[in-house]
Design a protein around this ligand. Structure first.
Ligand code: ADP
Ligand code: ADP
Length: 225
């Protein structure tokens, strides 16, 4: 867990400014939502936090380290996209364990971490299932647990619910909210859905055309839209 600071960050593609002089702080353990229409720069900002894109100007600081100078692999960041993929022939347990197995973690540590991550997302009783034996929401939670199993400093979520149908999306949002209360990892969640933002965010950052238009708690944003 760590505090995340975005300092005067801009991203200029050849002919286009995608993010323009954005400064934000995400507090330790805070769940921050980036809300705005398609094309306003949300994903570009998330990609820069993850190290998948470099800012043209500005710095990103995670804890006490200037992340902009670190390779993606040296940033302890987990990211979940809408198109998460589970390994169909592996159990839920082994899907969650995978990031630790590839690093050669010993089996006691793997077990401890898998049980912890599965507990956070409410999957402790389903560890022996295969993905095809689970609902869409349960698969989603497996993907969340897999990305959390390495204790990330920062957790990034890019429209993770957008591939679910309306009904499932509602229950997945409720599950995510409960999970968020338990986990307390510094998180940045991207969405264009206002209801989702209001329901999930400790604070919401309203973006427009690459800039921050407003920052506040859901109540503040609701009262002064
Ligand atoms: P959002 O996530 O809010 O939909 P994006 O961050 O994906 O917005 O995109 C912001 C703007 O930057 C858009 O106008 C998009 O077309 C542009 N953009 C994103 N990635 C690139 C890229 N690799 N090259 C050029 N333009 C890009
Ligand atoms: P099989 O389904 O025949 O057991 P393997 O498990 O050996 O196949 O996987 C074949 C390829 O798919 C491997 O090269 C491996 O990198 C990839 N792969 C399989 N399972 C996983 C997994 N859980 N995570 C990441 N990659 C996987």
């Amino acid at each position: 867990m760590a505090r995340l600071e975005i300092r005067q960050v801009s991203k200029i593609f050849a002919d286009h400014t995608a993010v323009s002089d954005v400064s934000l702080t995400v507090n330790d353990g805070e769940f921050l939502v980036l809300l705005g229409p398609s094309g306003c720069g949300k994903s570009t900002l998330l990609r820069m936090i993850a190290g998948l894109d470099l800012p043209t100007y500005g710095d990103i600081v995670i804890g006490d380290r200037v992340a902009t100078r670190l390779q993606p692999k040296d940033r302890n960041i987990a990211m979940v996209f809408q198109n998460y993929a589970l390994y169909p022939h592996l159990t839920v347990y082994e899907n969650i364990a995978f990031p630790l197995r590839v690093r050669g973690a010993d089996s006691r540590l793997v077990d401890e971490k898998v049980q912890w991550a599965a507990g956070l997302v409410g999957l402790s009783k389903l560890l022996k299932r295969k993905p095809r034996q689970m609902s869409g929401g349960e698969r989603q939670r497996t993907a969340l647990a897999r990305s959390l199993v390495r204790d990330p400093d920062v957790f990034l979520l890019d429209e993770p619910l957008s591939n679910l149908d309306a009904k499932l999306r509602h229950s997945a949002r409720e599950e995510l909210r409960q999970f968020q209360d338990r986990v307390g990892v510094t998180s940045v969640y991207v969405t264009h859905d206002q209801v989702e933002a209001m329901g999930l965010g400790d604070r919401i950052v309203v973006m427009q055309a690459g800039t921050v238009r407003q920052i506040g708690t859901p109540e503040e944003i609701y009262q002064h839209p």
